[in-house]
Design a protein around this ligand. Structure first.
Ligand SMILES: Cc1ncc(COP(=O)(O)O)c(C=O)c1O
Length: 412
C-alpha cells in the first residue's frame, strides 16, 4: 500500500485490509470463581470470600496495606474523598479532561472542583496550573492519570507537601502504570480504580481503593456500606454514607481479571510503542509524549495533529481515518469539551433548587484552561486492544499515514 493511494472516503481501498484481531476477556478462570460463588450460596461480600480475596490480592500486587473493593470507579473516587473527611466547601483541584466519575463523589461530598489545565504534549494535569489554582480553601489534589499515562507525580506531591494539601490518585484509566519505578496508585495517600466495561480489566462495574493508612481503610470500609460498623457488629452510623458494596459475583470476576492485568498492560504497551515508532515517521502527526521513566499502558491511544502541516480539522482527519477502517474519535474522552463546560458546571445545577456546592465566587468559564480547550481541535483518540496483532498496528499506521499525506499534499 502506498501513501498516495486515494482515500477510502473518496472511493479508494481501505488501509485496514484485514479484520482486527479478536479475543475474549472472560473465560474459564472467571467461570470457575463464579461457580464457586454460586455453590457457596452467598452473594453478599461481608459473608463471602471472593471480595476479601480480591482485596488481599490487589493490595499485595500493589505493595499497599489495604484494598477496599466497591461497586464502581465513581464509587471508588467518592469513597477515597469521603475517607479523607474533607470539610464541605473545600476546594479540590482536578483535571479539566476526565470522566464525570472523577467529579460525582466530589460534588456529593459538598466539595468544590477546581479545574487544572493540562500539559500540551501529554494531556495530563499541568503542575504549573495546579500550583496556580491553590487557594486558602484547597484541601486536596485529585490527580487523574489520563489514558494510561501517569501524571507528573513528583511535582504533584511537592505541591501537596508545600501547601499541606492531600493527594489522591484517580487510576481508573491507569492499571500497572509505572512512574519512575513506582506504580500510579501508590504515591498519593489513597487511590481509586475502576472495573467498568471499558477499562483494561472489568467485572461489568466495580471499583477498588488502595491505601496504606489504617484509619483511611476503616473509614473507606464504612463509607461503602451506609456507615454500618460491620466489623465491630455495631449499627450506629456517624456520617452520611451510600451503599457502594461490591457483590461476590463482581468480586469473583474481578479476582480472575486482576490476575490477567499485567499481561494485558504489557501487551498494550508493546503495541502502543510499535504505533509510536510508525507515527514518528509521519509528518503532521505526533504520538502522545511519554516522559522519561514512565510506562504507558494505553487505556487509550492518543496522537496530536499538526494543523498547520495538515491544513485540516481534527473532525475531517477523524472522518477520513474512520473511512480507512480505523475507529477513532476527535472528541477525547469527554465528548468534545473540557468537563467544566458541561451544563452541570455552567448552570451550577448539581442538585435541584440550589447552586450548592458551588461557592458563590467560583464560576467556570470558557478560557479557564486554554490548553485543554485547544486539545479538542488537534487530538485524535483511538483504542488499541491487547488482542490486536502487529499487523493491525501496521495497518492502523498506514491509515494514519495515508490520511496525513492526503491532507498535507493532495488536498488543495
Ligand atoms: C478517570 C476516571 N475516573 C473515574 C471513572 C469512573 O469509573 P466508573 O465508570 O467505573 O464509575 C472513570 C471511568 O471512565 C474514569 O475514566
Amino acid at each position: 500500500m502506498v501513501l498516495e493511494e486515494k482515500l477510502a472516503l473518496d472511493g479508494g481501498p481501505q488501509a485496514k485490509r484485514t479484520p482486527f484481531g479478536k479475543g475474549t476477556r472472560h473465560g474459564e478462570a472467571e467461570k470457575q470463581l463464579l461457580g464457586e460463588v454460586i455453590d457457596s450460596d452467598l452473594l453478599f461480600y461481608f459473608l463471602g470470600t471472593k471480595v476479601f480475596e480480591l482485596q488481599r490480592e490487589f493490595a499485595a500486587m500493589y505493595g499497599r496495606k489495604h484494598c477496599i473493593a466497591c461497586s464502581s470507579g465513581t464509587a471508588a473516587v467518592h469513597i477515597a474523598l469521603g475517607a479523607l473527611e474533607l470539610p464541605a466547601g473545600s476546594e479540590v483541584i482536578t483535571s479539566s479532561i476526565t470522566d464525570m466519575g472523577s467529579l460525582t463523589g466530589l460534588l456529593y461530598q459538598g466539595l468544590v472542583p477546581v479545574f487544572a489545565d493540562v500539559e500540551p504534549e501529554t494531556l495530563n494535569m499541568d503542575p504549573a496550573s495546579v500550583a496556580a489554582n491553590i487557594t486558602g480553601k484547597t484541601r486536596a489534589i485529585l490527580v487523574v492519570h489520563h489514558a494510561g499515562l501517569a501524571a507528573d507525580m513528583d511535582a504533584m506531591l511537592d505541591i501537596g507537601r508545600k501547601h499541606n494539601v492531600r493527594v489522591v490518585e484517580d487510576c481508573a484509566q491507569a492499571y500497572c502504570c509505572d512512574y519512575k519505578g513506582r506504580l500510579a496508585g501508590t504515591m498519593g495517600e489513597i487511590s481509586a480504580f475502576s472495573l467498568n466495561h471499558f477499562k483494561h480489566i472489568t467485572c461489568g462495574s466495580g471499583g477498588m481503593v488502595l491505601t496504606n493508612d489504617d484509619r483511611l481503610r476503616y473509614l473507606a470500609s464504612l463509607f461503602l456500606d451506609k456507615c454500618y460498623q460491620r466489623e465491630e457488629k455495631i449499627r450506629n452510623p456517624f456520617f452520611l454514607a451510600p451503599n457502594y458494596q461490591m457483590t461476590e459475583l463482581q468480586g469473583a470476576v474481578a479476582l480472575a481479571q486482576i490476575r490477567k492485568v499485567q499481561a494485558i498492560v504489557d501487551r498494550r504497551n508493546r503495541l502502543g510503542e510499535r504505533l509510536n515508532a510508525h507515527l514518528r515517521e509521519i509528518p503532521g502527526v505526533a504520538p502522545q509524549k511519554v516522559p522519561e521513566g514512565l510506562k504507558h499502558t494505553y487505556f487509550l491511544y492518543l496522537f496530536r495533529l499538526d494543523l498547520e502541516t495538515l491544513g485540516c480539522s481534527a473532525a475531517e482527519f477523524s472522518r477520513a481515518l474512520a473511512a480507512e477502517g480505523v475507529p477513532n474519535s476527535a472528541q477525547l474522552i469527554t465528548g468534545g469539551r473540557p468537563v467544566y463546560l458541561y451544563d452541570i458546571f455552567q448552570k451550577r445545577s448539581a442538585l435541584p433548587g440550589t447552586e450548592w456546592p458551588f461557592s458563590p465566587g467560583r464560576h467556570y468559564r470558557k478560557g479557564d484552561c486554554p490548553v485543554a480547550e485547544a486539545a479538542f481541535d488537534c487530538w485524535i483518540t483511538m483504542n488499541i486492544y491487547e488482542h490486536y496483532t502487529e499487523e493491525d498496528i501496521d495497518q492502523i499506521a498506514l491509515g494514519i499515514g495515508k490520511v496525513a499525506h492526503h491532507f498535507a499534499h493532495v488536498r488543495v
